[in-house]
Design a protein around this ligand. Sequence first.
Ligand SMILES: Nc1ncnc2c1ncn2[C@@H]1O[C@H](COP(=O)(O)OP(=O)(O)OP(=O)(O)O)[C@@H](O)[C@H]1O
Ligand SMILES: [Mg+2]
Length: 214
Amino acid sequence: MSGLFITFEGGEGVGKSTQARLLADYLRGRGLDVDLTREPGGTPGAEALRDFLLFGGHDLSSRAEVMAHFAARADHVDRRIAPALAAGKVVICDRFTDSTEAYQGHGLGNGDPVLLDMIARLRALVPAVPDLTLVLQVPPAIAAARMAERANGRTDRYEALDTAFHARVAAGFDMIARRDATRCRRIDASAAMDAVQDDIRTVVAPYLKRADNA
Ligand SMILES: Nc1ncnc2c1ncn2[C@@H]1O[C@H](COP(=O)(O)OP(=O)(O)OP(=O)(O)O)[C@@H](O)[C@H]1O
Ligand SMILES: [Mg+2]
């Protein structure tokens, strides 16, 4: 038995956490066993690494930061995602490997080919590949407004960076979605929450049929 692995990707404030939660609620309402999780994080060890990576005020080298994200991911996949998929669950993950490529490779790394190559090699070692990746996209002004309105309190390492960084991240996600067009679907997330969720359910529907028939 193998479940269904769906990831949400995109820049800051595009609505990933909101839409992931709405999709999880909807699928649970349809009787599916859903594990909603996030990266970096999702297990005690990976959440500790998240706290360090996002709020630790660290000065890791670019390669070390990439590896730390993949270290957190290894714990999350080994201890939570892979067992859930093996048990036939639907796993919905708020960010996954594409975020490492977009943030560390394109955003912080400015598209450095050596760093992108390292990220590609590490990604190839992750024993869980999403069946479907929803790449949420909104114009930068809308993302900035949503970020400002979100009641969150702490500003993390990446949120605090400038608009040029966020533009590189958004362009990185767009490149990934075009390159991995079979796995990824780009979602215009600028509409109202319910309308975006309707689009997402339409995209997800054929994957549920596949899971039902499996
Ligand atoms: N379609 C929408 N229309 C208007 N506001 C929205 C919409 N979707 C989300 N929001 C609001 O925008 C803010 C950011 O949404 P959310 O936290 O889901 O984004 P995110 O992509 O998870 O952000 P981050 O990358 O920082 O985790 C929240 O206050 C949320 O309520
Ligand atoms: Mg979020």
